[in-house]
Design a protein around this ligand. Structure first.
Ligand code: 0O3
Ligand code: SF4
Length: 353
């Protein structure tokens, strides 16, 4: 049973109050995951220890509000390392980087802090392990997404990136007994399983990752949004448009049968017409969206007569990650520069170098 959180004392105008059963179902868990919390804290801690500017390669997480907040504190986001002055403190984003990027950072004398989520690093390690065992790796994910670029970069000669079930037919492998599927951490669980089913039809001996690559936070947020979809007429997901996990939550909600679902960066993006005839709004947020933005949506909705907020809880989350180890030493001391942890690359012939 949902639990009532609060009843905002909003002044409801007469016209709106005609629908006096209006309520918000608020998903739990939602919003920041342990990897995002760690990555944002890493930038803040680097700024605290070394002062501004701190450079960040790629968006630390895919959320506009977070980027603006960190820029105000002195973070500078760049897409390539070439834009970073030699010796500068440089943070790698939560989505991870390829070994070539780590090597380039060392070459440029950058003092790096690796904010890659440990659950993304886990997938990188699986890639290296299967490539060392000479497997063909089918990496389910979105080509061009930062996480896939980084994961692919661990062993390009061994990996085929596949977006979904429709792309399975074209895959070619060297030895059907040595094929494994791995995935991006933020995919739709259901769609990924459809892809795996197609892969297994084509490669009956297909190996699976030791544990799911789709992380706990992604899974929990999708389970919660499915529950909302059973009870709400409209679902609002707070998150940025380039946030893969947030986009997936909208898709999962629609697949679960909700009439309408939208992704918004902020409350300002909510179109009043979406609320016409709606009595129950399901509200949630992606893994990179801070809760302050959800609070602003609740405030806006309460002005429209959605005065009850009920929490729909589908899981308990208690995972926390400690800050990157590099923040525990003096990064400006030459001998403490980060040495790339996994710089193993593979040639097109398949030998490690
Ligand atoms: O990977 P995605 O676009 O969902 O990234 P976000 O929005 O920054 O969320 C954090 C997830 C992440 C860093 C990779 O798993
Ligand atoms: Fe890590 Fe999952 Fe969060 Fe990505 S969504 S940063 S893998 S916990």
């Amino acid at each position: 049973m949902p639990e009532t959180l609060r009843r905002p004392a909003a002044l409801v105008d007469q016209e709106v109050s005609v629908t006096d059963h209006r309520k918000i179902l608020l998903a739990s868990p939602r919003g920041w995951c342990a990897g995002v919390d760690r990555a944002v804290s890493a930038v803040e801690e680097a700024l605290r220890q070394y002062g501004a500017p701190v450079y960040v390669r790629h968006e630390i997480v895919h959320n506009k509000h977070v980027l603006t907040m960190l820029e105000r504190k002195g973070a500078i986001f760049v897409d390539v390392l070439e834009k970073i002055p030699e010796g500068a403190i440089t943070v790698f984003s939560a989505h991870g980087v390829a070994p070539t990027v780590r090597n380039e950072a060392v070459r440029r004398g950058l003092a790096t802090v690796d904010a890659t989520c440990p659950l993304v690093t886990k997938v990188h390690r699986e890639v290296v392990r299967y490539a060392n065992a000479d497997f063909d790796i089918i990496l389910i994910g979105h080509e061009g997404h930062e996480e896939i670029i980084g994961t692919f970069g661990e062993a390009p000669a061994y990996i085929t990136v596949v977006a979904g079930p429709a792309n399975v037919a074209d895959i070619r492998v060297r030895d059907e007994s040595k094929v494994v599927w791995l995935s991006q951490t933020t995919l739709s669980v259901d769609e990924t399983m459809e892809t795996v089913t197609e892969l297994r039809k084509k490669f009956p001996q297909l190996h699976s990752p030791p544990s799911s690559d789709i992380c706990y936070a992604t899974q929990n947020r999708q389970t919660a949004v499915k529950e909302l979809a059973l009870h709400a007429e409209l679902i609002i997901v707070v998150g940025s448009k380039n946030s893969s996990n947030s986009v997936r939550m909208v898709e999962v909600a629609l697949d679960a049968g909700v009439h309408a679902a939208y992704l918004v960066d902020t409350a300002d993006e909510i179109d009043q017409s979406w609320l016409d005839g709606v009595n129950t709004v399901g509200l949630t947020s992606g893994a990179s969206a801070p809760d302050v933005l959800v609070d602003e949506v609740i405030d806006l909705l309460s002005d429209q007569g959605f005065c009850d907020v009920e929490i729909v809880k589908t899981a308990e989350e208690s995972i926390e990650f400690s800050l990157p180890v590099e923040l525990k030493k003096d990064l400006r001391a030459t001998d403490s520069r980060l040495i790339p942890e996994s710089s193993t690359t593979f040639t097109s012939e398949g030998s490690a170098q």
